[in-house]
Design a protein around this ligand. Sequence first.
Ligand SMILES: NC(=O)C1=CN([C@@H]2O[C@H](COP(=O)(O)OP(=O)(O)OC[C@H]3O[C@@H](n4cnc5c(N)ncnc54)[C@H](OP(=O)(O)O)[C@@H]3O)[C@@H](O)[C@H]2O)C=CC1
Ligand SMILES: CC(=O)N[C@@H](CCC(=O)OP(=O)(O)O)C(=O)O
Length: 343
Amino acid sequence: MKRKIGIVGATGYTGVELLRLLVNHPHVDITCVTSREHAGSRVDAMFPNLRGYVDLAFSAPSDDALSACDLVFFATPNGIAMKSAQTLLDAGTKVIDLAADFRIKDIAVWEKWYGMQHASPQLVEEAVYGLPELNRAQIRDARLVANPGCYPTAVTLGLLPLVENGLIDVVGIIADTKSGVSGAGRKAEVHTLLAEAGDNFKAYAVAGHRHQPEIAQTLSSIAGTSISLVFVPHLLPMIRGIHATLYAMLTSEADLHQLYTARYAHEPFVDVMPADSHPETRSVRGANVCRMAIHRPGNTERVVVLSVIDNLVKGAAGQAVQNMNLMLGLAEDTALKQPGLLP
Ligand SMILES: NC(=O)C1=CN([C@@H]2O[C@H](COP(=O)(O)OP(=O)(O)OC[C@H]3O[C@@H](n4cnc5c(N)ncnc54)[C@H](OP(=O)(O)O)[C@@H]3O)[C@@H](O)[C@H]2O)C=CC1
Ligand SMILES: CC(=O)N[C@@H](CCC(=O)OP(=O)(O)O)C(=O)O
C-alpha cells in the first residue's frame, strides 16, 4: 500500500523540489500540498513542469488534514513546524522539517540565533538530525527528523572523516562557502533580484550566521570536544549549488584520499573524486549527491577539502526524501538515483 505524504509550503523552492522528486516515487502518494497564498489553485497551473504528474490543488495548511498523512514534510520558514509537530506526532504522522526548528539541541542557543521562543521544546531532544551518513540507524527509527541546513550538509560531510579520526586541529577550521540564490528561497527580496545578485559576488553574515552553531554542534559531538569553526558564506550569481572550500591543519599523518574513499565507500550519495580534483557545482545540479575532493597544497600540514552539493537536493529536498525512505523502511535510494544536469 502506498504511503500518504503531505507537503506544507509546497509553493516554495524546496517544496516544488520535493514534488519533482516524489512524483516518480513508486511507494508514495502525495495527498496534501499546502499554500496559504495559493489555496485553491491547481499545482500544475503554478508549476507546468508537473503537468501530467500531479492532479492536486493547494489547500490552506490544516493539522486535521495533515494528520491523515503517514508522513509530512515542512518546507516552510523557521518557526512553523514547531507549532504543528506535536499534534501530527500524536496522530501517528511522521514529520520531517526542512527548516531549523529541531536542529539545535540547546534551546537557548536556538532561541538566540532564530530570534523566537521555541514552541515545542519537549520535542527537541527526540528529533534526529537527518544526516544519513552520520545517523542512519536513528533516522530509521525516528518519528521526527530535523533535515540539515544546506551549508551544514556540504561542510559537515566534507570534514567528517577528518574529525571522526581526530586528524585535525579542532581550533581554527575555516569553512569558506558559496551558494546560489535559490538558497534564499522563492520569496521576493531585494538582494536576490537579478540586477542585485547577477554579475556580482559578495560575502555576507561574516559576523555570524545561524549555520555556524549547527555545524559546530555536529562536529563537536563527533570530536567529543568543542570545535572552533570560522564560517563565511557568499552569494554567487547562479541559481543552484553550494561550493564549500574547507581548510584545516593536520595533526597526524594519514593517506587522506584513502581515508575518504573508505569512509564513503558504501554511501550511495557521497562521491569522492580522485585526489586533487576540482568538483563543480554543475556536476550535482538536480542530483542528490555531495561530491568532494581532498588536497594537500605544497604537501604541508594544511588540508583543503572541496565539497559541492545542489542546495535544493542533497542540501534540502533530496536529503529529506532520503530520510523519508529510511523512516518508512524503503530502499534509501528510491526515487533519488539521477546524475547531475550538464551543462
Ligand atoms: N532554499 C534552500 O536551498 C534551502 C532551504 N531550506 C529551508 O527550507 C525551508 C523552505 O525553504 P524554501 O523552499 O527555500 O522557502 P520559500 O520561501 O521558497 O517557500 C516557503 C513556503 O512556505 C510557505 N509558508 C510561508 N509561511 C508559512 C506559514 N506561516 N505557514 C505555512 N506555510 C508557510 C509558503 O507558501 P504560502 O506563504 O503560500 O503558505 C511557501 O510555499 C526554509 O526553512 C529554508 O530555510 C533548507 C535547506 C536549503
Ligand atoms: C543563499 C542564502 O541566502 N542562503 C540561506 C541559507 C539557506 C537556508 O535555507 O537556511 P536553512 O538551511 O537553515 O534552512 C542563508 O544564508 O540564509
